[in-house]
Design a protein around this ligand. Structure first.
Ligand code: NAP
Length: 289
């Protein structure tokens, strides 16, 4: 841990709740290892306090902030500027405070893309995918899949209207991609499942501490030609991944995506690049994953 003094600069994470997050662990480790006079803190902000929380970042001169569930869309109106990719996606997971001006970025997209390539050997072009969820993470995942020429993309969400809004935007921006949309209707997802190559669960269902819950998709709908990705990384094997693995599917949790997006955020704030392999080792040691 860094020796905190009058020159220490604060970084941190906002969201609600935050109990699942390993961001403080990895960022503080890298700050210490690179001998940087920063500290990374968790700030759990209650849903009706977001505006005041963002204002507090300015007044307390907090240099950099990660944004997690459920605020990736909601922070946008309170920022001064948006990076073009964050604007296109419509979600922010990283904020940089430059002399009181807050600029929003999205590093989830690059983290997700890198994870698919490096950790699953999955090539997006011409494939068929189903996304579960229509929140901040879903926006980044859909954008990456569309930009990289997925052939067919389906989105289902508990609140159907939110999925419809995203589907509309993707149809307008990527007319070559065939887009399907629905609420979480079993007859719908079962009807497309056989031809899917990729399922991405972007909901928090199964995330610690509520790990023992049924997955959004029925446990018997998976098949062995699928890659099933759950963006949740705590616990490392959620109920959806367990069911998918049982059916012989390839599975991946969100840990490496978290690490890749964190590298990009860290670079933005400090100009230095931490080693992903050190972080990976740290998480294995500290969390026993
Ligand atoms: P968000 O903006 O709050 O969106 C959550 C989505 O999940 C919404 O579509 C919501 O549906 C749906 N949902 C929530 N509870 C549900 C339930 N019980 N049943 C069915 N659907 C449910 O959150 P987010 O920022 O996208 O994050 C989502 C998850 O991804 C979190 O677990 C987060 O930790 C994880 N994540 C991981 C990484 C990584 O790097 N590994 C990056 C980003 C996110 P409604 O629209 O109906 O509310």
């Amino acid at each position: 841990m860094v020796d905190i003094d009058i020159d220490t600069t604060a970084l941190g994470l906002i969201g609600y709740p935050l109990g699942h997050s390993i961001s403080p662990l990895i960022h503080n480790y890298a700050l210490d290892k690179l001998d940087l006079n920063y500290v990374y803190l968790p700030f759990e902000i209650e849903p009706d306090q977001l505006k005041e929380g963002i204002q507090g970042l300015r007044s307390l001169k907090i240099k950099g902030i990660n944004v997690t569930i459920p605020y990736k869309n909601d922070v946008i109106p309170y920022l001064d500027d948006l990076d073009p990719l964050a604007e296109q996606i419509g979600a922010v997971n990283t904020i940089n405070n430059h002399e009181g001006k807050l600029k929003g970025y999205n590093t989830d997209a690059s983290g997700f893309k890198k994870m698919l390539k490096e950790d699953a050997g999955f090539s997006i072009k011409g494939k068929k995918a189903l996304i579960i969820g229509a929140g901040g993470a879903s926006r980044a995942v859909g954008e990456v899949l569309c930009q990289n020429k997925i052939q067919e993309l389906h989105i289902i969400n508990r609140t159907e209207n939110k999925a419809r809004q995203l589907a509309k935007k993707w149809r307008e921006n990527y007319p070559a991609v065939e887009i399907g949309v629905k609420g979480i209707a079993e007859n719908y997802y079962r009807s497309i499942m056989e031809r899917m190559d990729l399922i991405v669960d972007t909901t928090p269902v199964g995330m610690a501490p509520e790990t023992d819950v049924a997955p959004v998709l029925a446990a018997d709908c998976f098949h062995s030609n699928l890659l099933v990705v759950d963006l949740v990384y705590n616990p490392p094997e959620t109920t959806i991944l367990r069911a998918a693995k049982k059916a012989g599917a390839q599975t991946l949790n969100g840990l490496t995506m978290l690490l890749y997006q964190a590298v990009d955020a860290f670079k933005l704030w400090t100009g230095k690049e931490p080693e992903v392999k050190d972080w990976y080792q740290l998480v294995l040691e500290k969390k026993g994953w």
